[in-house]
Design a protein around this ligand. Structure first.
Ligand SMILES: C[S@@+](CC[C@H](N)C(=O)[O-])C[C@H]1O[C@@H](n2cnc3c(N)ncnc32)[C@H](O)[C@@H]1O
Length: 254
């Protein structure tokens, strides 16, 4: 046991502190996600998707995987912040083939502004839309999404929930070469607002609050009601199974 710990520490010391790379390893699985999205779209619509728009795209890891998935697939990443997009250009887009880069478009834009680019699949992942705390704002975003879908379009978003989401706990997850902490600081049952941080430890150094999320925790019934109000005909719930350790296993039933 001691030996293993020692080896991990040695390895960890060599991992550079790159917050977006650590974030991707800790909380994203864009290669699996694009396969899920394609499969779910085909099952729901009995049609082939082509254009995926990734709202709140950050480093647009998902868009990068979409253009790699099939020749002819187009991806559009939308984010308000140029910093993660520049990281994505340097670290992810730079690894694509020139032909794949041509099928990738990036837009620095607020998703609340009208005129989101048209798409077959529109995606908001890692609960990013929870940043909209007022009903009027989240509704405005969903209206924009609805207007931006092509005739057979589908909007996919994930939902953060469950009884443990309300507890003030710090979840420690050892990863290959670093430790990822999910810190639930505060939940206010009156407003349903909650504050979360991501910390990372690389080697012996723990860097606190690398990412902070100031959210309102929206429930599934609330989201379904608002989606219906803006025009969505049907909503489906895909429920992820869990491993023995209690983590998501990537297998969804609906
Ligand atoms: C948690 S990151 C999501 C990164 C990535 N899409 C993922 O799945 O992990 C949230 C992103 O949303 C962006 N964002 C926040 N408010 C936005 C808005 N109103 N319009 C567009 N992007 C926004 C932030 O700049 C940030 O890059």
């Amino acid at each position: 046991m001691t030996q293993i710990r020692h080896r991990v520490t040695e390895k960890s010391d060599k991992v550079p502190f790159d917050k977006y790379s650590l974030y991707k390893k800790a909380v994203q699985s864009p290669d699996g996600d694009v396969e899920f999205l394609e499969r779910a779209y085909r099952e729901l619509k009995k049609a082939k998707p082509k254009i995926l728009r990734e709202d709140f795209c950050g480093t647009f890891a998902l868009s990068t995987e979409w253009v790699k998935l099939r020749p002819g697939y187009l991806a559009i990443g939308v984010d308000i912040d140029p910093e993660p997009m520049e990281y994505g250009r340097q670290h992810y887009a730079s690894k694509l083939k020139p032909e794949q880069v041509k099928r990738l478009t990036l837009r620095e834009q607020n998703v609340l502004e009208p005129g989101l680019p048209l798409a077959d699949i529109s995606v908001a992942l890692n609960f990013s839309y929870f940043c909209f705390k007022q009903r009027s704002l989240i509704k405005k975003y969903f209206e924009n999404v609805y207007r931006s879908l092509r005739p057979e379009g589908v909007f996919f978003c994930d939902v953060f929930g469950g009884s443990q989401c309300y507890d003030a706990i710090e979840d420690k997850n050892p990863m290959k070469g670093f430790v990822y902490y999910w810190d639930q600081v505060n939940f206010d049952p009156v407003s349903n607002e909650a504050l979360f941080h991501i910390h990372f430890r690389v080697g012996r150094k723990k860097t606190e609050r690398v990412f902070t999320y100031d959210w309102r925790l929206w429930s599934i019934p609330e989201l379904r009601e608002i989606l219906a109000e803006v025009g969505f005909k049907k909503t489906h719930i895909y429920w992820e199974g869990t491993t023995r350790a209690g983590y998501g296993n990537g297998i969804f039933t609906h």
